[in-house]
Design a protein around this ligand. Sequence first.
Ligand SMILES: *Cc1c(COP(=O)(O)O)cnc(C)c1O
Length: 416
Amino acid sequence: MKIWHPFTQHGLNEPIIEIETSDGEFLITPGGEKIIDGISSWWVNTIGHKNPVVSEAIQKQAEKLHQIIFAGFTHKPALNVAENLSKFLPENFTHVFFSDSGSTSVEVALKMAVGYHFNKGSTRSKVVAMEHSYHGDTFGGMSSGARSVFNEPYTKMLFEVERIPYPVEGKENEAIEAYKKLLQKEGGKIGAIILEPLVLGSGGMFFYKPFVLEELYKLSKEYRVIFCLDEVMTGFGRTGTMFAFNQTNIIPDIICLSKGLTGGSIPLAATVCTKEIYDAYLSEDKAKMFFHSSSYTANPIACAAANANLEIWQNTDILADVKRINEFYLGQIERIKNLGGKNVRTLGDIFAFEVQTDGNDYVSNIGVKFYEYFRKNGVLLRPLGNTIYVMPPYCISKESLEKIFDVIENAMKEYL
Ligand SMILES: *Cc1c(COP(=O)(O)O)cnc(C)c1O
């Protein structure tokens, strides 16, 4: 049997690179080639590959308990995640629901929000999302996310979602007004809004301003719409703060966490909610419980990895590294502009720009050419169509950052 890889057109015979070990910002092949992981292995890795504190926690936990049913049972690693997470979150967040991936954390959030209204006696099941957004590849995630070549065969199976425009800089009011109009028209039917805060990741690393979230939040409160933030990518320092919503003055009703939760070591996800959400399910009536579970919910080894990660966050100034990286980026903006980069932008650990093409879509060939060029030169960067972005683990050295930008420069000189 052969392996069918994700987001891979095997018909194009793209080479599949075997990795044997990893270390810090490096992926290491069996032959010993060190590849700089410029995209944190699809955004999961925050504190570097094979962090020794995380490795040790995994080893120790593996000697005690691998997996148990999580209905009617609990374990220390899960209890510790709840406690450790609350050190980083406002007190309003009182409950955490575990699952196993970013997509499932979104499914949980949507179900939680719609079920909240149901338990309160109303059928507000419409969801609002933002244009160009991405919330995972399960059906709720695909439905909430932008419609594109990614999900075209399934269009008819996806539930309808109301969309507000992406808040283009200088025209943020249009997005806010669109939401307001939607609420005025259909407010009573809308149960939840789900947003990627500050950065639309898969949509092309589009940034928007914190005040937009504040305005959308205010409107949501006015119409009793549950405000969910999908912090799966932005969480754990990516935008320069622990969570993206920390750059606003709002406290969402629900947040989704996954990628960086274990530092990028093992899958785990958490959907965190406020007391108000939880209380809507609290009853002596069994029919009002939250009907959701996945088999490996709160896997003890994954929880141990998350605790190690959260302890690292507690004991080290991780954000200082994000700042260091961002300062390096600021010094690269002119350089990339001079090479022909468009919309050169940076936020926290993210640096992004576009290169000119005929179309602006994911399947555009220019991204593939760049990807191959980077790869051959020891750097993993995987452009989103014609958007080239850098998002490395925070432990990355200055030398590796310099190498990434040198390789980008050479690629731009070669192909633009
Ligand atoms: C990656 C991502 C997801 C999906 O997470 P998976 O772990 O791949 O299922 C959902 N939302 C956002 C914003 C993401 O970046």
